[in-house]
Design a protein around this ligand. Structure first.
Ligand code: TXE
Length: 500
């Protein structure tokens, strides 16, 4: 990109948002607020209301009523698709605004935020087609006296709890599909990145979504989040976040109404590089896989597992990419790696770097905070001499920290890759098709990349094996998650009497 790239300016004052229940905005005035400071600049950018338990109840009741009176589920798929297509257009029209607030609250580079919002347009367009094509099944093989039909029905009121790392993208990997299925929604974004969820509520309202079908409440996880997961009137809960809170969600479901759950939790994702790979391409992909979104990404490739014969050379190639990558002001269009989103996450990442050193790993690159005179930044970091027992090899760091472990055989590479409680994603780099396919089959992960990493789109499902979660989002699988099937037995002619 040229030096004439634009650095956008900060807002003069924080933007205030209300929250959205039953088709109306509730102003911030009478409520306590969260003031969000931009992690890239340290200045206040948004003010978001702290909803109360009564607000949450009102939102769930609105979603309940909207579901039960069939104002959305009773529409034809074509009518639901029309709203979703209008929403796609609304996201396209307001893309720059969404990207700007996403960058300010999250700290991600503006160019990346724009690309993510562009991808979200596709989510709405694709889900609109699914609203029309969703269907059940029929059984014409039950004998002359019986016909069987399986219908798909929306699950009901869905709670959607999202994290701060991809506030808009993660939301749009869920909302269009949930709406396509005919469900109604209460969304609770992360308390540090609520703005773009509220903008989406406005877009859907303008697109003609009936009142009560999407409600957004803002507040902390321990109050509003906990209230939502325990709520008796919520039929399903889609949670994306930490494994620790994921456990609470499972407990809350069991203690309340056994609501159905979709969980997308942590990852400790392997990048397996064979000596026969295009090493230049692989080094770039591996650097991207951990540098993208400052590694605050559930599918980050955080464990580099590389064939021993090229391990040293490959590690220096990755370090060279880290040296060149542009870290800095998220509002600068040239920036590739932005700020760390929260103070707590910054402390966590620096703690892991310290632990890596203390446990005997060798720091090859990075390891320090970068000082730009504003905000919080961490240099992309590479550790060598890592063993599988080290904390940095086992726990999700959720930062730009990559560990290198060598392997000698394919079996060993697979064993190291699977030596984790997680199973969210994995990548393999090789020019040998047999190796690529054997590794793809044996490594336990819900998303797999061959000679690429972190690609995605509305068609392919997202979700994890093992402790990375339950269920799938996106694609036809994503819509089906938000339905339940009913089997219908239809007698043809006369039943054989029970009592003669
Ligand atoms: O996540 P939380 P945090 C991981 C990552 C990170 C760690 C902590 O390792 O370092 O989690 O991040 C809501 N009931 N991931 O603390 O707390 C909360 O308000 C209901 C991985 O931010 O799990 C927010 O909306 N909801 C992950 C959402 O849960 C609750 C993405 C996520 O917050 C709640 C983010 C409760 N008791 C973090 N407590 C990924 N896999 O993408 C919190 N929340």
């Amino acid at each position: 990109m040229s030096d004439s790239s634009i650095v956008l300016s900060l807002p003069d004052q924080p933007r205030e948002f209300g929250f959205f229940v039953d088709g109306s905005w509730s102003p911030i005035e009478s409520r306590e607020v969260f003031e969000r400071f931009s992690p890239g600049h340290g200045v206040p950018v948004t003010r978001i209301p702290k909803c109360t338990d009564a607000d949450l109840d009102a939102a769930v009741n609105a979603a309940r009523k909207a579901f039960d009176d069939r104002r959305w589920s009773g529409l034809s798929g074509a009518d639901r698709a029309a709203v979703l297509l209008k929403a796609a257009e609304g996201v396209r029209t307001r893309a720059e605004e969404i990207a700007y607030w996403e960058t300010l609250e999250n700290g991600k580079p503006i160019s990346q935020a724009r690309a993510e919002v562009g991808g979200c347009v596709g989510m709405f367009e694709y889900a609109s087609g699914l609203a029309r094509s969703l269907h059940g099944d029929s059984f014409n093989n039950l004998g002359d006296g019986m016909f069987g039909v399986v219908t798909r029905e929306p699950v009901g009121v869905v709670g959607v709890i999202t994290p701060w790392n991809f506030p808009f993208l993660i939301l749009c990997e869920r909302i269009p599909y949930i709406l396509a299925a005919g469900c109604t929604i209460v969304a609770k974004p992360s308390e540090v990145t609520s703005a773009t969820t509220l903008i989406l509520a406005e877009i859907l309202h303008d697109a003609g979504l009936p009142a009560g079908v999407l409600n957004v409440v803002t507040g902390s996880g321990s109050t509003i989040g906990q209230g939502l997961i325990e709520h008796e009137q919520v039929d399903m809960l889609s949670f994306t976040g930490s494994t620790a809170v994921g456990r609470r969600v499972v407990e809350a479901s069991g203690k309340s109404n056994f609501k159905k759950l979709g969980l997308e939790l942590g990852g400790k994702n392997p990048q397996i590089v064979f000596a026969d790979a295009d090493l230049e391409d692989a080094a770039d992909g591996v650097a991207f896989g951990i540098g993208f979104n400052t590694g605050q990404c559930c599918v980050s490739g955080s464990r580099l597992i590389v064939e021993r014969t090229v391990a040293e050379k490959f590690a220096s190639m990755v370090a060279e990419k880290f040296r060149k990558v542009r870290v800095g002001d998220p509002l600068d269009e040239r920036t590739q790696v932005g700020a760390i989103t929260t103070d707590a996450q910054n402390t966590t990442i620096m703690g892991y770097i310290e632990k890596g050193r203390a446990e005997g790993a060798t720091l090859i690159h990075g390891g320090e905070q970068l000082d730009f005179g504003h905000g919080q930044y961490i240099a992309p970091t590479l550790f060598g001499n890592v063993t599988s027992e080290m904390t940095i090899a086992r726990e999700e760091i959720f930062g730009p920290v990559l560990t290198v472990m060598p392997f000698d055989t394919l079996e060993e590479a697979v064993a190291i890759a699977n030596d984790t409680e997680y199973g969210l994603a994995a990548s393999v780099w090789t020019k040998n098709i047999d190796k690529a396919l054997v590794v793809t089959r044996r490594v336990q992960a819900g998303r797999f990349w061959i000679n690429t990493t972190l690609s995605g789109g509305p068609e392919l499902p997202i979700g994890g094996f093992k402790q990375s979660g339950w269920g799938r989002e996106a694609g036809i699988y994503g819509v089906e998650e938000y339905t339940q099937v009913k089997s219908v037995h239809i007698e043809i002619g006369k039943r054989t009497p029970w009592v003669a």
